[in-house]
Design a protein around this ligand. Structure first.
Ligand SMILES: [Zn+2]
Length: 80
């Protein structure tokens, strides 16, 4: 899965203030099939550290940024 594929409408969007990043597209697109309440279509969540789309993200305290963030399992374990 390549979020920045040429010609793709798919980017990333933060779901709410200090919330997780998610693949997002203004129109239904490959990888973004789920209609969202606000607008557009959502896909996989994206790790706030390595920026890779993953099946699930975990809420962690990011010491580098001094705020709550959302990491994949690998980055979560590294941030401990
Ligand atoms: Zn990660």
């Amino acid at each position: 899965m390549t979020p920045a594929a040429a010609g793709s409408t798919v980017g990333t969007k933060r779901m709410w203030a200090n919330g997780p990043l998610r693949l997002w597209s203004p129109i239904r697109a490959s990888g973004c099939q789920m209609p969202l309440a606000n607008s557009g279509f959502g896909g996989a969540y994206v790790c706030g550290a390595c920026l890779v789309p993953v099946a699930g993200v975990y809420r962690v305290f990011d010491r580098l940024q001094g705020q709550q963030s959302w990491f994949c399992a690998m980055c979560k374990n590294r941030a401990k």
